[in-house]
Write a new protein. Structure first.
Ligand SMILES: Cc1cc2nc3c(=O)[nH]c(=O)nc-3n(C[C@H](O)[C@H](O)[C@H](O)COP(=O)(O)O)c2cc1C
Length: 238
């Protein structure tokens, strides 16, 4: 039975193991998994999974770029509106990796995210794409402030801590070293740089499953002058 990979976060569904936490017993082929099942890591539906090809499957879930369906496609064949080819092209966009944090009263929460980027330099503004189902989304929406901890190439444990579970189920900051920024957001000291932002509500866009928050940068500091983690590096080395 084939393994299938989430094209959004890289999670691999292994039919031998199933997803017992979410009602899918071991030994269930991906095709037989309920259509209402979603990726246990990032929450997208089955339609965004793609089969892992034989070589990758044998190598196990060691990361790396997903199967590039439609790769090396002759330009002459373009214009056919092929979703696989479009997805393969989207995988060539490079990203960093971040812990996005916020507050609600005296509570703190954060999540892993790759969709953080600078949109303008004067004034300094950033944008970030956050799933509406995430607790972090609720905190950012209510407080109007956001913290970004930029991860270095040693940030794997922080991605795992913040990206594979929700603050609805546990306190992800328990036992973790962090500081409070000027806006009150938590900033994880294991990263290499911090940014704090105030959400510009009139610039923020509802994009369906996610909100594209736009924020004014109000603080920033480099704490370790080393290489930032890229999404590709994380997937290759996780
Ligand atoms: C490598 C990686 C990248 C992710 N990128 C994003 C992202 O850009 N936006 C998003 O909404 N979720 C992203 N996620 C998923 C969230 O981190 C995850 O759903 C988290 O459990 C949400 O936590 P919360 O409910 O405590 O906010 C990513 C997860 C991983 C592992």
């Amino acid at each position: 039975m084939k393994k299938w990979r989430c094209s959004v976060c890289g999670y691999v569904y292994d039919p031998a193991a199933g997803d017992p936490d979410n009602g899918v017993p071991g030994g269930t082929a991906f095709e037989d998994v309920s259509e209402t099942w979603v990726c246990p890591v990032c929450g997208v539906g089955k339609d965004l999974f793609e089969p892992v090809n034989g070589d990758e499957s044998e190598a196990g879930n060691t990361g790396g770029q997903p199967a590039a369906a439609g790769a090396d496609r002759p330009v002459a064949e373009m214009g056919k509106n092929d979703p696989k080819a479009m997805q393969s092209a989207l995988f060539k966009i490079s990203y960093g990796l971040f812990v996005v944090t916020s507050v609600k009263g005296d509570r703190v929460n954060g999540q892993a995210a790759n969709t953080v980027f600078q949109v303008t330099s004067d004034p300094m503004r950033i944008a970030l794409g956050i799933n509406k189902a995430n607790l972090t989304h609720e905190f950012i929406t209510e407080s109007g402030v956001v913290g970004i901890t930029i991860l270095g190439e040693d940030g794997h444990d922080l991605v795992r801590r913040f990206g594979y579970s929700s603050g609805r189920d546990k306190d992800k900051f328990a036992g973790l070293e962090y500081v409070r920024g000027a806006t009150g957001v938590p900033l994880v000291t294991g990263g290499i740089a911090f940014i704090e932002g105030r959400i510009l509500r009139d610039q923020t866009v509802d994009v369906g499953t996610h909100t594209l928050f736009v924020a004014e940068v109000v603080e920033g500091a480099v704490i370790k002058d080393t290489e930032p983690m890229t999404y590709t590096y994380f997937r290759k080395t996780k």
